[in-house]
Ligand binder design. Structure first.
Ligand code: GLC
Ligand code: CA
Length: 541
């Protein structure tokens, strides 16, 4: 039962082009990434999720694909990809890749063929309309930079549907030929050794206009079909879906354990930020209660920040405003009318205690952690870059020119590394933190190691405890008679915590320090938790 690797994985997400450049052209590549695998293995990562690395005009960070069966030549060759995968496996790490099949680039040969010939076999790969649907200008995903979800194509003489930017026409998965194509893409990369896919934009993938006339259940059947193909081709491969939908709808994505294996927990993520702002545990408690129970073969994937904006769309306007006021006070820090384009450390003005508290929560909330490159060293953002690019600056390896990311001249770099202010690469980098036992990096590494030693987090049952104070979140995890309790003080002031731990547990071991506590006869057990303090405690009898 406890051998499903993904249920206790530690995922690390990165974009090949900003991680490590090996040949001095200013763009990260597979050879560079491969040379950094020992670093990731040392950190304790068990699975690497790669952002899209396919040929692309790169108008949406590679989420606009022109060929699903190749590697962007700037990043290397298919051979380099296989070498990378092989070396990752040698170090005990699996590889997930992005499956971006809601849409293609408008430069994809399928779209080019479809637009110039109505009789082309590719015409029905996309979604067309002779007239502009009345609701075309509503529900754009990128308000401010996207006008509509239907755009006129003069060559085709028709409107085409696109949930995202207008250069990303949506594929028509109601067409069996498109489904066959997606199966072929999945099969291809499984054959090359990947352990699964992050399913990009899952709700939009299945929500195509022609489905809207049918049974609402229908669309979810596609997730099951995709899963069947995957599992038949490779039994231990997984699907990790991006589905930022309301808690009631989330269960559809898990199905009976026969659809997605993992779902990003956007709902918990947004409430985590609300809890941080309010310095109260209540938003986390409420969201944990609101989430559906998940079928046994499934799991949540928890994260703090990703490569997109911090979206706050599941909160009430007032809750959203509280977070914006506190963590994104200036207009340039906000985006799309619903989110924040910053990394965590600048949002928390570099407050180390609060940053560590946040990651401690990510590592212990029910589910598995997904770390994004640079988070382990507390990298910042560059608000002078456009849209979501602010959080996509190169990895900061050391204090050498261009952060050790590349030897190219500055003007050739894909993005400039952050070189000023408190988060500059001269101050925040891997090399410095490796040498300092008290660094952020070493704190993260230790948490990862400890988490892996606590199967309770992945497989246990959990329960919200009453610590007697509103600032503290107390969770109790149990697995086959083993018990771990975690405490997180979201508030800045010290709190006295009282816990009823039951009988038969004479000792508590603090898993992140050498402290041991004898439990007094007949608990409640009491302890003082400093402001933004946290504990991972194991009960030992
Ligand atoms: C997903 C990606 C985002 C991209 C969008 C369109 O939401 O996370 O980066 O822009 O899909 O592909
Ligand atoms: Ca390169």
């Amino acid at each position: 039962m406890y051998d499903r690797w993904y249920q206790n994985a530690v995922i690390y997400c990165l974009d090949v082009e900003t991680f490590q450049d090996s040949n001095g052209d200013g763009i990260g590549d597979f050879a560079g990434l491969t040379s950094r695998l020992d670093y990731l293995a040392g950190l304790g990562i068990t699975c690497i999720w790669l952002l899209p690395f396919y040929p692309s005009p790169n108008r949406d960070n590679g989420y606009d694909i022109t060929d699903y069966y190749a590697v962007d030549p700037r990043l290397g060759s298919l051979g380099d990809f296989v070498e990378f995968t092989r070396h990752a496996h040698e170090r005990g790490m699996r590889v997930l890749i992005d499956l971006v099949v809601n849409h293609t680039s408008d430069q994809h040969p399928w779209f080019q063929a479809a637009r110039c010939d109505p009789r082309s076999r590719y015409r029905d790969y996309y979604i067309w309309s002779a007239d502009k649907p009345p609701d075309a200008d509503q529900q754009v995903v990128f308000p401010g930079v996207q006008q509509s979800t239907w755009t006129w194509d003069a060559q085709a003489g028709a409107y085409y549907h696109h949930r995202f930017y207008e250069h990303q026409p949506d594929l028509n998965i109601a067409n069996p030929a498109v489904r066959a194509e997606i199966n072929k893409i999945v099969g291809f990369w499984l054959q090359l050794g990947v352990s699964g896919f992050r399913v990009d934009a899952a709700p939009f993938l299945i929500d195509i206009p022609s489905f809207q006339h049918g049974d609402a259940q229908d669309r979810y059947q596609y997730l099951r079909a995709l899963r069947e193909t995957l599992s038949w081709r490779r039994g231990d491969a997984i699907l990790l879906a991006e589905a930022n939908v309301d808690p009631q709808t989330l269960r559809q994505y898990f199905g009976d354990g026969d659809r997605m294996h993992l779902l990003f927990n956007f709902y918990l993520n947004q409430h985590l930020f609300l809890a941080l702002v309010r310095e109260q545990a209540q938003p986390l408690i409420e969201s944990l209660r609101a989430l559906p129970p998940i079928p046994p073969p499934c799991q949540w994937a928890n994260f703090v920040r990703n490569h997109d904006e911090l979206t706050l769309d599941r909160l009430t306007p007032q809750e959203r405003q509280e977070i914006l006021d506190a963590f994104a006070p200036e207009p340039n820090m906000r985006i799309y009318g619903r989110g924040i384009r910053r990394r965590l450390p600048p949002m928390l003005t570099g407050d180390r205690r609060r940053m560590v508290l946040t990651y401690s929560l990510m590592f212990t909330l029910p589910g598995i952690p997904v770390l994004r490159y640079g988070e382990e060293i507390s990298m910042g953002d560059d608000l002078s870059l456009r849209e979501r690019e602010s959080v996509r600056t190169p990895m900061q390896w050391n204090d050498q020119p261009h952060a050790g990311f590349s030897s190219a001249p500055g003007e050739d770099l894909i993005y400039p590394p952050i070189d000023h202010g408190p988060f500059s690469y001269q101050r925040v980098n891997v090399a410095h933190q490796q040498r300092d036992p008290t660094s952020f990096l070493n704190t993260m590494e230790r948490m990862i190691r400890t988490r892996k030693e606590c199967p309770e987090f992945a497989w246990g049952t959990w329960q919200i405890m009453d610590p007697g104070t509103a600032q503290v979140l107390a969770l109790r995890y149990e697995l086959e008679g083993r018990t771990v309790v975690t405490l997180h003080n979201l508030g800045r002031t010290a709190q006295r915590v009282r816990l009823a731990l039951g009988s038969g547990a004479p000792r508590l071991i603090d898993l992140l320090s050498a402290r041991q506590h004898e439990l007094p006869e007949g608990t409640p057990y009491e302890l003082e938790l400093e402001g933004y303090g946290y504990r991972w405690l194991r009960l030992v009898s």
